[in-house]
Design a protein around this ligand. Structure first.
Ligand SMILES: O=P(O)(O)OC[C@H]1O[C@](O)(COP(=O)(O)O)[C@@H](O)[C@@H]1O
Ligand SMILES: [Mg+2]
Ligand SMILES: [Mg+2]
Length: 345
């Protein structure tokens, strides 16, 4: 690292000096970043580290609280984040996509006033095929006077987040972070072992010609989503008057990273398969942290009907439909839903 380069540590110290974060939040983010480095090493070893494939023993799949089969790396990443943060000293409790309930930090450990939520390994279906995966995290304050937080204390809307970020394990390992004053990217210098600031103040272009959605679900979508994507596909000859391109990595982290870098809209809408659960993606571990990052970069995030960050969570593992990215395009998608709802009375 050269002298002109700014490490994550220095960046966080400057944020603290500017009064934008507390010393505890600075150290908490450092602990999460260190855990991400360990996960990055495990992901990078792949077959050499024996971390590919399904978790579970004797042909018996290991199923998480989401009802999904866990991969070895889902379990390992969860353990790395739990172990690092339980001893970090800045948390009152933590919650993970992979665990049934939140965990208060035991009395015997050093404790703090923050709550940490994470999706330890996002994009699990890509692990075994060497395609980008990631970690997503969100930080809330523990409500005043609560020493042993339970699930209910985590049920705060996204507007209450004090920090959020993700780490994408791709050709480069990049940590993208917001503490509520812009969205910033840090690339891991693998030789030095340090995250270096590579983009200060990421900005998502307001307009786009690129969308990300799993098109194989098209026939299960609601009518407004059918109409919206139908018009995108009609391109120059349709009402949108321009040709759109499509990308779908199937790792939310990688799709959102592309959108933060060059614009676009990401959508996992309601469909008749996931409707009974409320959607596919998880509000607390996926939608809210990404919505915070995207808004801080000048973009927008919605359920299709409501601003994501204003959704009141009703459960730790609550699922929601997701539209996020370039502001004008998210507003266009929302308009299709609102027009449809108004016409339906
Ligand atoms: O299998 P699909 O429909 O392409 O869904 C992909 C989506 O599911 C997810 O993989 C869910 O995340 P997990 O791997 O953490 O369960 C998102 O990252 C991604 O956007
Ligand atoms: Mg995920
Ligand atoms: Mg996951």
């Amino acid at each position: 690292m050269t002298q002109a380069q700014i490490s994550l540590t220095r960046f966080l110290i400057e944020e603290q000096r500017a009064g934008r974060i507390t010393p505890e939040l600075r150290l908490l983010v450092e602990v999460v970043a260190r855990a991400c480095k360990r996960i990055s090493i495990a992901v990078g070893k792949g077959a050499l580290g024996g971390v590919l494939g399904d978790a579970g023993e004797a042909g018996q799949a290991s199923i998480n609280v989401q009802g999904e089969a866990q991969k070895k790396l889902d379990v390992l990443s969860n353990e790395i984040l739990l172990e690092a943060n339980a001893w970090g000293g800045h948390l009152a409790g933590l919650a993970s996509e992979e665990m049934d309930h939140s965990q208060p930090i035991p009395d015997v450990y050093p404790r703090g006033n923050y709550l940490l939520l994470f999706d330890p390994l996002d994009g699990s279906s890509n692990i075994d095929v060497n395609v980008s995966v990631g970690t997503i995290f969100s930080v809330l304050r523990c409500p005043e006077g609560v020493t042993t937080p339970g699930d209910e204390h985590f049920l705060q809307p996204g507007t209450a987040q004090v920090a959020a970020g993700y780490c994408v394990y791709g050709p480069q390992t990049t940590l993208v972070l917001t503490v509520g004053h812009g969205t910033h990217a840090f690339t891991l210098d693998r030789e030095v072992g340090s995250f270096v600031l590579t983009v200060r103040g990421m900005r998502i272009p307001e307009e786009t010609k690129e969308f990300a959605v799993n098109m194989s679900n098209q026939r299960f979508w609601e009518p407004p989503m059918q109409a919206y994507v139908g018009d995108l596909l009609r391109g120059k000859d349709g009402p949108r008057g321009k040709d759109f391109n499509m990308r779908w990595v199937a790792s939310m982290v990688a799709d959102v990273h592309r959108i933060l870098t060059r614009g676009g809209i990401f959508s996992y809408p309601l469909d008749s398969k996931c409707a009974p659960k409320g959607g596919k993606l998880r509000l607390m571990y996926e939608a809210n942290p990404m919505a915070f990052l995207v808004e801080q970069a000048g973009g927008a995030a919605s359920t299709g009907r409501t601003r994501m960050l204003e959704v009141q969570p009703t459960g730790l593992h609550m699922r929601v439909p997701v539209f996020l990215g370039s502001k004008a395009e998210v507003e266009a998608a929302v308009a299709y839903h609102l027009r449809h709802d108004a016409a339906a009375g």
